[in-house]
Design a binder for this molecule. Structure first.
Ligand code: G6P
Length: 370
C-alpha cells in the first residue's frame, strides 16, 4: 500500500506533491512552440461562436465550484464577458437566464457528480453551449457536454481534492487566454507574459513543497483550536474559501472564509484573544485595504498568519504573528501557488489530530445522488 502511495503516508500528500506534474501535463500541447499562444485543438466551439458569447455561467460542487470562482475572475479580467458562478444544486432552481449565446462551463473532477450533471442537462435543454472541465474523459459529464477540456491530473484517490482543483485552475487560465485571443481583448505581449508566468509555476511549486515543514509546525498549533478564519479580497477570497473547505473536510475544525472587508459588518464580533486568522495577501491592487483589515483583527487580539510575497513579509510582520512566503507570480496566477500552502495546512492539521486523512467521516469522493 505504501508503494501505491509512492512512499507518502497518505494519498493526499502524494497528490499534493504531484501538482507540478499535473500543471505541466495540463499545459502540454496547449501552448504553441514559441510560447505566444494558447491552442485548444479539442474545442468544437468556433471563433464565430466565441465572438457571440454574451454571458458565461460556471457551475460545480465543492472544490470544483471553488475553482469556478477563480475561473470567473480570470475570464472577466482577461475577456471582459460577464460571468456568474453557481453551486450546481442551486443552479436549476433559480431560473437561470440562458440563451444560445450563453456558454456554460461545468467543472467536475469525477465527471459523475449528480448535481453537476443535472445542471448541465438543464443548461443544454435551454440552448446553452456546454463546456466541461473534467479529469475523467469517459465520464457522464464529459459525454453529455458539447465540449471538453480535460485536466490531466491523473487519478485522484484522496477524498479531499488537491491536484484536480489546481489543474482546473490551469484549464481556466488556458481557456481565458484562448477566449481573449479570439476576441482580441489582450495584447500579444500580455498573453506572452502570462504564458511565461504559467510555465514557471511547476518549478515555483516544487520550491514551495520543499518548505512544507514551516506549515506543518503552524498546522500543529492551530489543530488545538475550535474555530478559525480565513480572510482575503478578490482572488485571495476565492482561495480562502477553498482553504476553509479543505480544513473542515479533513480536520473537522470549524472555519469560515470571509471577504476581508466584510468582517466588520458582523463577524468581527467572533474575534477574541487568540482566535487564529489566516490572511491571504497576494492581490497587490487591494493590498493596503487588506492590511487595514488585518489591523482590525489584530486589535481584537487575533493570532494572525499571513500568506504573501517576500517583498511584503517584513512590513506585514510588524502587525502579524507569522508569515508564510510564496514565490512571486502574476495576480491572476497566485491562487495556483497560494492554495497549496492551505492544502498542506489542512493535511498536517488532520494528521496532528490523528484523523484518516484520505477518508474523512461522512464524505464521499464522488456524490452520485442529488
Ligand atoms: C464531493 C467531494 C468533493 C468534490 C465534490 C465535487 O463532495 O467530496 O471533494 O469537490 O464532490 O466533485 P467533482 O467530482 O464533481 O469535482
Amino acid at each position: 500500500v505504501t508503494a501505491e502511495k509512492g512512499g507518502f503516508e497518505y494519498f493526499m500528500l502524494k497528490e499534493i506533491h504531484e501538482q507540478p506534474k499535473a500543471y505541466r501535463d495540463t499545459m502540454l500541447g496547449r501552448i504553441d512552440e514559441q510560447g505566444e499562444k494558447v491552442i485548444l485543438p479539442e474545442l468544437k466551439l468556433t471563433p464565430d461562436q466565441i465572438m457571440n458569447i454574451r454571458n458565461i455561467q460556471i457551475i460545480g460542487c465543492g472544490t470544483a465550484y471553488h475553482a469556478g470562482l477563480v475561473g470567473r475572475n480570470v475570464i472577466e479580467t482577461l475577456v471582459r464577458i460577464p460571468v456568474e458562478t453557481d453551486v450546481a444544486s442551486e443552479y436549476r432552481y433559480r431560473s437561470p437566464i440562458v440563451s444560445p449565446d450563453t456558454l456554460v462551463i461545468v467543472v467536475s473532477q469525477s465527471g459523475e457528480t449528480a448535481d453537476t450533471l443535472a445542471a448541465l442537462r438543464e443548461a443544454k435543454a435551454n440552448g446553452a453551449h456546454v463546456l466541461a472541465i473534467t479529469n475523467v474523459v469517459g465520464s457522464s459529464i464529459a459525454r453529455d457536454a458539447d465540449d471538453v477540456i480535460a485536466t490531466l491530473a491523473g487519478p485522484e484517490i484522496a477524498v479531499a481534492s488537491t491536484k484536480a482543483y489546481t489543474s482546473q485552475l490551469i484549464a481556466f487560465y488556458l481557456l481565458g487566454l484562448y477566449l481573449a485571443e479570439v476576441r482580441g481583448t489582450q495584447t500579444p505581449e500580455a498573453v506572452k507574459e502570462m504564458i511565461q508566468a504559467m510555465q514557471a509555476l511547476p518549478e515555483q511549486l516544487d520550491m514551495m513543497l520543499e518548505q512544507s515543514e514551516s506549515i506543518k509546525a503552524y498546522a500543529e498549533q492551530i489543530s488545538h483550536h475550535e474555530h478559525l478564519f480565513f480572510i482575503g479580497r478578490g482572488l485571495d477570497f476565492a482561495v480562502a474559501q477553498e482553504g476553509s473547505l479543505k480544513l473542515k473536510e479533513i480536520s473537522y475544525i470549524h472555519s469560515e472564509a470571509y471577504p476581508a472587508g466584510e468582517l466588520k459588518h458582523g463577524t468581527l464580533a467572533l474575534i477574541e484573544d487568540g482566535t487564529p486568522v489566516i490572511a491571504l495577501v497576494t492581490q497587490e491592487s487591494v493590498l493596503e485595504k487588506t492590511v487595514s483589515n488585518i489591523k482590525e483583527v489584530s486589535a481584537r487580539g487575533a493570532d494572525i498568519m499571513v500568506i504573501t510575497y517576500e517583498e511584503h513579509a517584513a512590513t506585514l510582520l510588524k502587525s502579524v504573528d507569522q508569515v508564510f512566503v510564496i514565490p512571486k507570480t502574476l495576480p491572476l496566477l497566485s491562487p495556483a501557488l497560494a492554495v497549496v500552502s492551505l492544502q498542506l495546512l489542512s493535511y498536517y492539521a488532520s494528521l496532528a489530530l490523528g484523523n484518516d486523512v484520505d477518508k474523512p467521516r461522512n464524505l464521499a469522493k464522488s456524490v452520485t445522488v442529488e
